[in-house]
Write a new protein. Structure first.
Length: 344
């Protein structure tokens, strides 16, 4: 206060003294001091009034800001506590003028993503449990029937075949799940080598001959193109086994399957076409999802588990390729794989 008063007095004195600096009269000098004191007091009161009002308003603004900030912070803390306890339905109102708007938006996004992941996890557990329950129930039921002493040799053989088939389904599903889990980890490394894709597909066709020959399916293969590729042979073999296996399963007796390998620009294009039941447009949007089945009863009778195409899509994606389906119900389906040719 004293400092402000002295400053005001100094300013007033300089103003008055400047006006009278040409006069040497002592009386005038005395009046200079008196007028300086009065003017300085006036400047002090005027300044203090306006500065005080400014400071008071600033204080109120800061106080309001602190109250809003503390309230927002408490809301964020409560939200994170709910998320930590598994409640992902959290939605924080975002105040565009608030101090923590970006943090609030980030927490909302995090809660939404975690909620989606939780739904996927729950669905996955439910699907796995369902897929395990069916073959285990069959194995348990037919194993119990085998205890009977009244069964004929043919009935015993039939029940044993069913148990063997269901056991194979369990083994295949376990294998697919393990492969998907491994491929989806960030540390996966492909064991890439240079090989002929056309020859690889031919070998898979021969390997599956017992399946397609038993249904009297006619397979035509156009493998005239030498398709040299740089990739993981074991994983890509799984792709052809799954795609050709599906084509064989869903192609009727004495049906037809066409396999073609061509080079188009900088890509190797592999097509597998069948004249089976076909897939609806709606189902085509989901067939590469885990455990998705176009026809539950149909797939179960043929031993499907809804994981084969998911595995195909993942393996092709790891090779930076594409997998597509074009299908018409009652006509058949064509699966197309596109892979980039290696740079020579």
């Amino acid at each position: 206060m004293i400092a402000v008063y002295l400053g005001s007095f100094s300013v007033a004195f300089w103003i008055i003294d400047t006006l009278f600096h040409f006069s040497d009269a002592s009386g005038v000098r005395l009046w200079v001091y008196l007028v300086s004191c009065l003017l300085g007091t006036f400047i002090l009161l005027f300044s203090w009034r306006h500065v005080g009002n400014f400071l008071m308003k600033s204080s109120l603004v800061d106080e309001g800001f602190d109250r809003r900030g503390n309230s927002s912070l408490n809301t964020l803390i409560r939200a994170t506590e709910k998320i930590a306890h598994g409640d992902f339905s959290v939605l924080i109102p975002v105040d565009e003028r608030g101090p923590y708007r970006e943090v609030a938006q980030s927490i909302n996004n995090m809660a939404k993503n975690l909620g989606t992941m939780e739904e996927i996890r729950q669905s996955f557990i439910s699907n796995v449990s369902h897929e395990l329950q069916s073959p285990l129930t069959s194995i348990q039921g037919f194993a119990a029937l085998l205890k009977s002493d009244t069964l004929s040799s043919e009935e015993t053989k039939h029940y044993l075949n069913i148990i063997e088939t269901e056991a194979k389904r369990l083994s295949q599903m376990s294998d697919h799940l393990l492969k998907l889990s491994t491929l989806e980890s960030e540390a996966v490394e492909l064991n890439r080598t240079t090989f002929r894709l056309d020859k690889q597909i031919k070998n898979v066709i021969f390997m599956l001959e017992p399946q397609w020959s038993s249904k009297k399916i006619e397979i035509s293969a156009d493998m005239s193109t030498e398709a040299v590729f740089f990739g993981d042979q074991d994983l890509l073999t799984q792709v052809w086994v799954n795609l050709l296996g599906n084509a064989i399963k869903f192609t009727p007796i004495e049906g037809q399957i066409e396999v073609q390998v061509t080079l188009e620009n900088d890509e190797i294009v592999c097509k597998i076409k069948d004249n089976g039941m076909g897939i609806s447009q709606e189902d085509q949007m989901h067939i590469f999802e885990r455990f998705y089945k176009v026809d539950q009863s149909r797939d179960r009778s043929l031993g499907g588990n809804g994981l084969g195409l998911s595995l195909v899509k993942k393996i092709i994606a790891l090779h930076e390729g594409q997998v597509m389906v074009d299908s018409t119900e009652g006509v058949g389906s064509t699966f197309t794989i596109k892979l980039k040719k290696p740079v020579v």
